[in-house]
Write a protein of this length. Structure first.
Length: 161
C-alpha cells in the first residue's frame, strides 16, 4: 500500500496574520461599542480628528484610507450629532477644516475605555515586556514600509528572486 502524505499547510505570513488580527480587533471593538450609538467608522474619524485638529476632509480620507465622499458622509453624521464642526479655512474660502466639539470629549473617553478593554482581550495573558516588544517591532515595520513606499517598487524581484 502506497502512503501519501497530507499536504502541509504553509506557515502564516506576516501580512495575512496582521490583516486577520486587525480585522478581529475591529470586529471585537464593534461588539464592545455596539450600544454607544456610533459606528466604528465614526469612532475612527473622531480618533483621527483628536490627533489632527483642523485637518481638511481630503487629507483625513487619505489617513483612514477611504474615499473623500465617504468621509464627507461620516462627518455630516457626526456634525449632526454635535461632535464635529467644519470651520472655514482662514485664507482659502473653498477649504473647510474639521474640528471636534467639546461634546466629543466624553465620547472620546468612552471610546478609549472600550479600546482598552478590546486591547486587554487581545493581549490576554501576554506579559507586558512582550507587549512592549511587539509594539516596538510593529513601529519599526511601519517606519521601514513608509520609507520603502517612497521608493520605486522592486520590479521583478519576486519573479526572479
Amino acid at each position: 500500500m502506497l502512503m501519501t502524505s497530507m499536504p502541509t499547510k504553509p506557515p502564516p505570513t506576516v501580512g495575512f496574520l496582521l490583516h486577520d488580527v486587525a480585522r478581529l480587533l475591529r470586529k471585537r471593538f464593534e461588539q464592545n461599542a455596539r450600544d454607544t450609538g456610533l459606528t466604528r467608522s465614526q469612532w475612527q474619524v473622531l480618533a483621527y480628528l483628536d490627533r489632527n485638529a483642523g485637518i481638511q476632509q481630503g487629507a483625513l480620507a487619505e489617513l483612514i484610507d477611504v474615499e473623500p465622499i465617504t468621509v464627507g458622509r461620516i462627518v455630516d453624521k457626526l456634525e449632526g450629532c454635535g461632535l464635529v464642526e467644519r470651520k472655514a479655512h482662514p485664507t482659502d474660502r473653498r477649504v473647510w477644516q474639521l474640528y471636534l466639539t467639546e461634546k466629543a470629549g466624553p465620547k472620546l473617553d468612552e471610546m478609549r475605555g472600550l479600546g482598552e478593554i478590546t486591547r486587554a482581550e487581545a493581549f490576554g495573558a501576554i506579559p507586558e515586556a512582550e507587549r512592549a516588544r511587539l509594539l516596538d517591532l510593529l513601529e519599526t515595520m511601519k517606519t521601514n514600509l513608509a520609507a520603502a513606499c517612497q521608493s520605486p517598487a522592486a520590479e521583478g524581484q519576486a519573479r526572479n528572486g
